[in-house]
Write a protein that binds this ligand. Structure first.
Ligand SMILES: [Zn+2]
Length: 80
Protein backbone atom coordinates (compact mmCIF):
# COMPACT_ATOMS: atom_id res chain seq x y z
CA UNK A 1 0.00 0.00 0.00
CA UNK A 2 1.49 3.33 -1.07
CA UNK A 3 0.30 6.78 -0.21
CA UNK A 4 -0.40 9.21 -3.06
CA UNK A 5 1.39 12.26 -1.67
CA UNK A 6 -0.16 14.72 -4.11
CA UNK A 7 -3.69 13.68 -3.16
CA UNK A 8 -2.81 13.70 0.53
CA UNK A 9 -1.32 17.19 0.32
CA UNK A 10 -4.33 18.42 -1.67
CA UNK A 11 -6.72 17.13 1.00
CA UNK A 12 -4.64 18.65 3.81
CA UNK A 13 -4.62 22.01 2.05
CA UNK A 14 -8.38 21.80 1.43
CA UNK A 15 -9.50 20.49 4.84
CA UNK A 16 -7.02 21.92 7.33
CA UNK A 17 -8.28 25.45 7.75
CA UNK A 18 -5.37 26.34 9.98
CA UNK A 19 -2.27 24.24 9.79
CA UNK A 20 -0.80 25.43 13.06
CA UNK A 21 0.30 22.67 15.44
CA UNK A 22 -2.09 22.40 18.43
CA UNK A 23 0.88 22.01 20.80
CA UNK A 24 3.41 24.63 19.68
CA UNK A 25 1.57 26.75 17.12
CA UNK A 26 4.14 26.25 14.35
CA UNK A 27 3.21 25.50 10.75
CA UNK A 28 6.11 23.26 9.79
CA UNK A 29 5.11 19.66 9.04
CA UNK A 30 6.71 16.57 7.51
CA UNK A 31 4.49 13.98 5.83
CA UNK A 32 5.92 10.46 6.06
CA UNK A 33 6.32 8.37 2.89
CA UNK A 34 5.18 5.13 4.49
CA UNK A 35 1.78 3.74 5.41
CA UNK A 36 1.85 2.21 8.90
CA UNK A 37 -0.76 0.40 11.02
CA UNK A 38 -1.32 0.18 14.78
CA UNK A 39 -1.27 -3.28 16.34
CA UNK A 40 -4.25 -4.77 18.16
CA UNK A 41 -3.60 -5.63 21.78
CA UNK A 42 -4.92 -8.92 23.15
CA UNK A 43 -4.96 -10.60 26.56
CA UNK A 44 -2.02 -9.94 28.89
CA UNK A 45 -0.86 -7.09 26.66
CA UNK A 46 0.06 -9.50 23.85
CA UNK A 47 -0.08 -8.55 20.17
CA UNK A 48 -3.04 -9.88 18.17
CA UNK A 49 -2.36 -10.55 14.52
CA UNK A 50 -4.92 -11.09 11.77
CA UNK A 51 -7.96 -9.18 10.60
CA UNK A 52 -8.13 -5.77 9.04
CA UNK A 53 -5.61 -3.06 9.71
CA UNK A 54 -6.10 0.67 9.94
CA UNK A 55 -3.67 2.28 7.48
CA UNK A 56 -2.18 5.52 8.73
CA UNK A 57 0.22 8.16 7.45
CA UNK A 58 2.18 10.16 10.03
CA UNK A 59 2.29 13.94 9.75
CA UNK A 60 4.88 15.27 12.21
CA UNK A 61 5.47 18.79 13.50
CA UNK A 62 9.12 19.65 12.89
CA UNK A 63 9.19 22.04 15.85
CA UNK A 64 7.86 19.90 18.73
CA UNK A 65 7.37 16.37 17.38
CA UNK A 66 3.60 16.34 17.75
CA UNK A 67 2.39 13.66 15.31
CA UNK A 68 -1.00 13.40 13.65
CA UNK A 69 -2.09 10.24 11.84
CA UNK A 70 -4.32 10.41 8.75
CA UNK A 71 -6.12 7.41 7.25
CA UNK A 72 -5.34 7.61 3.51
CA UNK A 73 -8.19 5.21 2.65
CA UNK A 74 -10.77 7.66 3.98
CA UNK A 75 -9.47 10.46 1.80
CA UNK A 76 -8.72 8.31 -1.26
CA UNK A 77 -4.99 8.99 -1.14
CA UNK A 78 -3.80 5.44 -1.87
CA UNK A 79 -1.93 4.06 -4.86
CA UNK A 80 -2.42 0.29 -4.69
ZN1 LIG B 1 4.37 21.47 17.17
Amino acid sequence: MKVNRNKLINVINEKWRTKNCILCGANNWTIDDKVVAPLSVGKNASIELGGKIIPLVAVTCNECGNTIFLNPLVINAIDE
